[in-house]
Every structure is written in C-alpha cells, then in structure tokens.
Design a protein around this ligand. Structure first.
Ligand code: SAH
Ligand code: SF4
Length: 473
C-alpha cells in the first residue's frame, strides 16, 4: 500500500486542547488538584510520547504522582518489542484491580505499541475489565477526546484502528528533566526486519519538517537543555518522505548552527543507510557527540539475510572503519539478538568474532522473542531456550570484558562531561556523561547539574567511570 504522508491539522490539536480545558473544569470543580500517573515501558520514543501525554494531562489540570493508589488517572504506555515487556505490563495492569477497588472512580488507560496489536487489544477487552481506555500510538494526538469520552459516557473506549500513522505538530509536552531532552524527528519504520513488530504497530516512516525540528531544538536550547537526542527508528532515512532536500546529515548541521553550548545526540541509526556524509558531518559539527548507536543484530551473513537487515558483515565492518577514520574518538554501541530462529553454533561464533573485532563500547543484548505476525515467527527454530541462554551468557561475558577494558583506557585522562543529575549516594553524588555518552560518577556541588565540567577519570568498571573535578586552569 503506497503511503501518503498524513498531517494532523493544527486546528485539530487546538480542538484537543479545548477539550483539555473542558476536562480541567470538570476535574477541578471541587477545588481539588487531581493526580495522574504515566507509567512508561520501552524505548526513548515511548518516553517522548509520555511527555506529550503529560503535556495534555497538565493542561487538564492534573499534577503527577508515582503512587498508583493516589492517582485519579493512570496511563500505562506500553512496549511490544519483546514478550518480557508485555508480560510486565500485563502483570502490572492486572495489579491495578487493587487500586481501583480502593478508588472506584480511578480511570485506567493502556496505550502504545502493545495494544496496537489486535490480539493484545482483544486480550485487554476480554480479560482486563479494570481498563477503561485503550489506544494505539496513532491515536495519541487525540488522547483528550478519548479520555473525555470515558468520563462522560462511563463506557470503555477502544481506539486501535489499523493505521499508517500521521505527523502531528503542536501537542503540548511536559518534559521530565531539565538537562536532557528527547526530540522526535520522525516516526514509524519501513524496514520490516523479520523479527520486529515495530513497523506493524508504529506505521510507515514519516519525517517532521526540518523547520519544525529546528524550531523545537531552538526552544530546548533557550530553555537551557544541554543534551538533545534526535529520535527516530532509523534516523538515517530522515527526510526521504519529504521534498525539502534536507537529509539527516543536513538536519544535524541545521541544529548545530543554533547558537549555544549543547550536545546533539541521535538514535537509532540503521547500518544500511549510514553514509560517509553522516560521519563527515558528525566530525565537522562541534556540537554533535561522537557516539553512534549502530545495531548490528548478528555477525553472520546468513542470519543478517534471514533478518532482512540489508547489509553484510563486511559492509558493517567497513562502515565502522570509515566512521572511526572521521572520528578516532568515536564511541560505538550496538544491539544484538541472540537465538534468532535457526541461528547455529557457527552463526553465533561469527557474532562473537565480530564483537571482538569491532570492540563496542557497550552492547545491548537480547534473546530473540517471537512476535505475532512477523515473518520470523513462522521460521523453523530447532534450538532450545537453554542453547540460547548459553549463547547469551557467553556474549554478555565478552561484552562486559570489552566494556571494562575500554573503560580502563579512560583512567588518568581529563575530559569534558555534562553533569546531568544527582545520584543520592554520598561517595559519588553526581552523575555525568562524556561526549560519547559514557557514564561518569563524580563528587561535587549539586549546583553543577546542567553544566559542562572537566573531570579526571580515577577509576572504572564495566558499567561506569569514576572521576574527580579537574582543577580550573
Ligand atoms: N529501530 C531500531 C531498533 C528498535 S527495537 C533499530 O533498528 O536499530 C530495539 C532493539 O530491540 C533492536 O535493535 C533489536 O536488537 C531488539 N529487538 C527487536 N525485536 C526483537 C525481538 N523480536 N526479539 C529480541 N530482540 C528484539
Ligand atoms: Fe524494527 Fe528493523 Fe525497524 Fe529497527 S529497523 S524498528 S529493528 S524493523
């Protein structure tokens, strides 16, 4: 089905905001400030979506709580990428029976990728009567209207129609932190990797217009954010659906041109679309972090092909070499799936050898999880869970060893980090990130949060670096 880029008219969003005002009057009529809880699972895109849900809820007059017993409205924003996340959601939604028993007027909504799958929406309809509202990622822009329907009609509402998705500008956002910000530049995915549910639940690739992205980045910089992550399932194909002539590298340059001291990060890059132009742009733009998260998924060409990843092991290695040529200090991280259907001992050995060859700074490793409706779900899978677990443990050992070794190389070096929060631990009360995104624990004045400081690295382990503030020259 050819995809025609759909844009939600800004007047529609204004109408949703008018509904927020109506809800405000309703829920604050008794002079009370009602409470909402938004519980987020999964990826950064979901975090960004939850900031929009909170933006709407704040306009409706809600304050926020983490206590499900206190909340008047609970929104569970779900993930469908792996079964484990779905089981956690279902367990936690089931447990909300108790909270609703205590507070019968409580409204419980479940949204996001998990419920965009028909079988999951059905499951909630049949087995989780505690849930009042269910809506998929494509309906997020009209959350106020859906919530109002629940409030006024007292009936359960389900909005999970199949859809290719749209672009909606102007939804209010309530961001979590004051230092780091997510900035969605595109939505959806066209890649249909054979194991992955994302293209089915998030719709087709669609980019925001460059001027809208840059305007939002400007607002973030003006508001004092210092670390901006451009988000998309495959940022390297940014702009292909627009006729703006702006590709992802151009977009980085446009954001880099905004005056101010801040860092530009992005995720995720698909290796099939990473270009020399991107690496060159990263190297040339002084605000762009020298970090690429470049998921390789597997080291064997046979498995990569079965996954429909559209690159070979050799191409991936060439790309890494080229990126490192432009940025010798590049931090490289990846995702790997262990136990894809039919992955043999030999295939897995190729994943191990690729990891030894590339030496990733950090690896996110997952055991393959069968997803309903994906091509991989019907591929023969003769290997046992125990085989997969053994491979997973082996890979973790390699990943941890290499991360530890790479971290040790930082010891004694002085580098600029961005202090991004307090840890609550007296020995190292601040957390910070290097330009490449590695975690550094520090001791210092909490007033440093949000500032770039120079730090000398004194110790390290597999997961983090430890440092001391360097003397001011
Ligand atoms: N768009 C991103 C990834 C989104 S999902 C990309 O292509 O890189 C994040 C990670 O989850 C993927 O990189 C993959 O490693 C993992 N993943 C996706 N589907 C999975 C599945 N069915 N089982 C196990 N891991 C999976
Ligand atoms: Fe899933 Fe592949 Fe799209 Fe990433 S690129 S979201 S792994 S289909």
């Amino acid at each position: 089905m050819p995809y025609e880029r759909k844009v939600i008219d800004i007047q529609e969003i204004r109408r949703q905001q008018a509904i927020c005002a109506e809800i405000f009057d309703r829920v604050t009529a008794d002079g009370r400030r009602p409470l909402a809880m938004v519980d987020t699972y999964g990826c950064q895109q979901n975090e960004a979506d939850s900031e929009k849900l909170r933006g709407y809820l704040a306009e409706m007059g809600y304050s926020f709580t983490q206590d499900e017993f206190q909340a008047d409205v609970i929104v569970v924003n779900t993930c469908a990428v792996r079964e484990h996340a779905e089981m956690r959601v279902l367990g936690n939604v089931g447990a909300l029976n108790h909270t609703k028993k205590n507070k019968p007027d409580q409204i419980i909504a479940v949204c996001g990728c998990m419920v965009q799958q028909e079988h999951m929406a059905q499951k909630i309809k049949m087995s989780y009567p505690v849930v009042d509202l269910v809506f998929g990622p494509h309906e997020l822009w009209r959350f106020p209207e859906l919530l109002q329907r629940v409030m006024t009609r007292g009936k359960r509402v389900f909005a999970t129609e199949k859809d290719n998705g749209a672009v909606a500008e102007g939804i209010p956002q309530r961001r979590d932190g004051s230092v780091k910000a997510w900035l969605s530049i595109m939505y959806g995915c066209n890649n249909f990797c054979t194991y992955c549910v994302v293209p089915y639940v998030r719709g087709r690739e669609r980019s925001r217009r460059p001027e809208d992205v840059v305007a939002e980045a400007r607002e973030l910089v003006a508001a004092g954010y210092k670390d901006i992550t451009l988000l998309g399932q495959n940022v390297n194909s940014y702009g292909k659906d627009l006729d703006s002539g702006v590709d992802f590298a151009d977009l980085i340059r446009m954001v880099n041109d905004i005056p101010g001291d801040f860092l530009i990060r992005f995720m995720t890059s698909h290796p099939k679309d990473a270009t020399e132009k991107l690496f060159k742009t990263m190297a040339e733009c002084e605000k762009c972090a020298h970090h690429i998260h470049l998921p390789v998924q597997a080291g064997s060409d046979r498995v990569l092909k079965a996954m429909n990843r559209s690159y070979s092991r050799a191409k991936y290695l060439e790309e890494v070499a080229l990126a490192r040529q432009y940025m010798p200090d590049l931090v490289l991280t990846t995702d790997i799936i262990v136990g894809f259907p039919g992955e043999t001992e030999e295939d897995f050995a190729e994943t191990l050898s690729l990891c030894e060859e590339v030496r990733f700074d950090a690896m996110f490793t997952f055991i393959y999880s069968k997803r309903v409706g994906t091509p991989a779900a019907s591929m023969p899978d003769p290997y046992t869970r125990a085989d997969k677990q053994r491979h997973f443990d082996q890979l973790m050992e390699v990943a941890n060893r290499i991360s530890g070794e790479k971290h040790r190389e930082y010891e004694g070096r002085t580098l600029r980090v961005l202090v991004d929060g307090e840890t609550g631990k007296p020995a190292y009360n601040l957390s910070s990130r290097t330009n490449g995104g590695r975690l550094v624990h520090l001791k210092g004045d909490p007033a440093l949060v949000g500032q770039f400081v120079d730090v000398t690295i004194t110790a390290s382990n597999t997961w983090a670096l430890y440092g001391e503030l360097a003397e001011k020259q």
